[in-house]
Ligand binder design. Structure first.
Ligand SMILES: [Zn+2]
Length: 151
């Protein structure tokens, strides 16, 4: 399965990219705090107040930028699949074709007889489809599972 290997690699790259961004943001925040601290020391010592004031402003701006980047990254992570998703199984009766949706349970696969009974005719029931619910996430999961684009 070379396809899944490729996907795995791409995911690792994006995680590494995120770690690098995170390091930059933390570096920026640390530098900003240092600037603010130095400017406070200068102001306290009554040295070069104008320069110290600009240092202070630069420090605040840097800190704000770091905070905003961090917030953006958190939102990015949330929207890129970290949130819990709902996996659904569509089960169908072998005899009468009656179908229903319910939560996916561990170990189920398409075509498996579930051991449940059809509520309509009491016949055996199998898993007809398994999919993930919810907008873009659903489309992404369908691609991973090799299912057709949308129902
Ligand atoms: Zn039935």
């Amino acid at each position: 399965m070379s396809g899944s290997g490729e996907r795995e690699q791409r995911r690792e790259v994006s995680v590494g990219h995120l770690a690098l961004l995170m390091a930059l943001v933390i570096g920026l925040a640390a530098f900003s705090i240092l600037l603010i601290w130095l400017s406070v020391l200068d102001i306290r010592a009554g040295r070069d107040a104008m320069n110290a004031f600009f240092q202070f402003i630069m420090g605040l701006a840097g800190l704000a930028l770091a905070g905003k980047s961090l917030a953006d990254m958190t939102r990015m992570r949330l929207s890129s699949g970290e949130k819990p998703v709902e996996v659904v199984s569509v089960i169908q009766c072998v005899d009468c074709g009656h179908s229903a949706e319910r939560n996916f349970s561990d170990g189920e696969y398409v075509g498996m007889l579930t051991g449940e009974r059809c509520p309509e005719c009491g016949g055996p029931v199998y898993v007809a489809r398994i999919y993930v619910k919810g907008g873009g996430e659903e489309r992404r999961q369908r691609r991973i599972l090799g299912l057709p684009a949308a129902a």
